[in-house]
Design a protein. Structure first.
Length: 325
């Protein structure tokens, strides 16, 4: 299968690209920063196209002849109209042009931010109450894709039915080590800051309740692969781990990995520990047979951050691999 992928050099995309290539597919990787991961451009069956997702003409031309689209790239803006134009409009444009180009399958990357309000046991059917522009943008894009079952021939007159399958993945917190040597890592620098504090012997203030159901990019790539190769249509899938891990536990792991560490963890005054609200991720297990515990990958990621920060603190010139927007 020939697959057009946006954001293929990003935090999630680099592992999705690798998984798709390893499965024998060919890729057209559309990215504004191909230099972020030089080795990805050297992979067999991959064509790199440099471009911005706001450059509609270049993007439309690049997806011609593809069987599937995997849309991961994020458009950003500082106002409602900018977010609408730079993300939702891009997604809708890409879906429309993919349908016209004969693409069979479109996989969209949304976010758990569409929910806004979280509660224990929430799943794909939970109501959407986004409480920021990012969540609103993702929710709007989802609704456009799910409702794109036909265009119109006039006011109130339905036209030809859409042939392209459209499915949505809602990732939670995704972290990663670089998938390729010299590549980028996750956008959240809290791992780095914890590693730095532990290596310098600085104390850390962390909430006992702040955490999430972490998932590594290597793990979520398997969800993308299953969905791209499926015949499903108009389905939503949450993609998180089965285990809730706090940032406190991550810091304790970093301390345990560091011989002679003197860092102490303290908590905000008056804080009481409570049970976390867990997201129900049974659907990816029921449909795809996938269930993830990110504990091992988290330990690898903590070790990677510790090793890198040790080099930084030693004065070594280290390439900035942190993936930031």
């Amino acid at each position: 299968m020939r697959i057009f992928i946006t954001g293929g050099t990003g935090n999630i995309g680099q592992y999705v690209s690798k998984a798709l290539l390893d499965a024998g597919h060919s890729l057209v990787a559309y990215t504004r920063t191909p230099e972020r991961i030089p080795q990805i451009g050297e992979q067999k069956n991959l064509s790199m196209v440099k471009g911005n997702i706001l450059d509609h003409a270049t993007m439309e031309q690049a997806l011609q002849g593809c069987d599937a689209v995997v849309h991961i790239a994020l458009g950003w803006g500082n106002s409602p109209l900018e977010m609408l134009k730079n993300d939702t409009e891009v997604t809708v444009f890409l879906a429309e042009k993919a349908e016209k180009a004969g693409v069979k399958n479109f996989v969209y990357t949304s976010s758990t931010a569409v929910y806004g309000r979280w509660f224990n046991g929430m799943d794909e059917d939970a109501p959407l109450y986004p409480d920021d522009l990012y969540g609103s943008t993702k929710a709007a894009s989802e609704k456009y894709l799910l409702g794109f079952n036909q265009c119109y021939t006039g006011q109130g007159a339905r036209g030809q039915k859409t042939l392209m399958r459209r499915n949505i993945i809602r990732p939670g917190y995704i972290f990663s080590n670089p998938a390729f040597e010299g590549g980028a890592s996750q956008s959240d620098t809290r791992f780095r800051n914890i590693a730095r504090a532990v290596l310098k012997g600085e104390d850390i203030v962390l909430s006992q309740n702040d955490g999430t159901q972490f998932l590594s990019a290597q793990q979520i790539a398997q969800v993308y692969l299953k969905l791209v190769e499926s015949d499903l249509n108009r389905e939503l899938f949450l993609a998180l781990g089965q285990t809730f891990t706090t940032w406190e536990a991550i810091a304790r792991c970093a301390i345990e990995m560091t011989p002679g560490a003197t860092t102490k963890i303290t908590y905000p005054a008056g804080e009481l520990k409570h049970a976390p609200d867990m997201v129900n991720v049974d659907k990816i297990k029921r449909v795809f047979g996938l269930s993830f515990d990110a504990t091992v990958d988290l330990r690898d990621h903590i070790r990677w951050n510790l090793d890198r920060e040790a080099r930084v603190l030693a004065g070594e010139a280290v390439h900035n691999v942190y993936h930031v927007w």
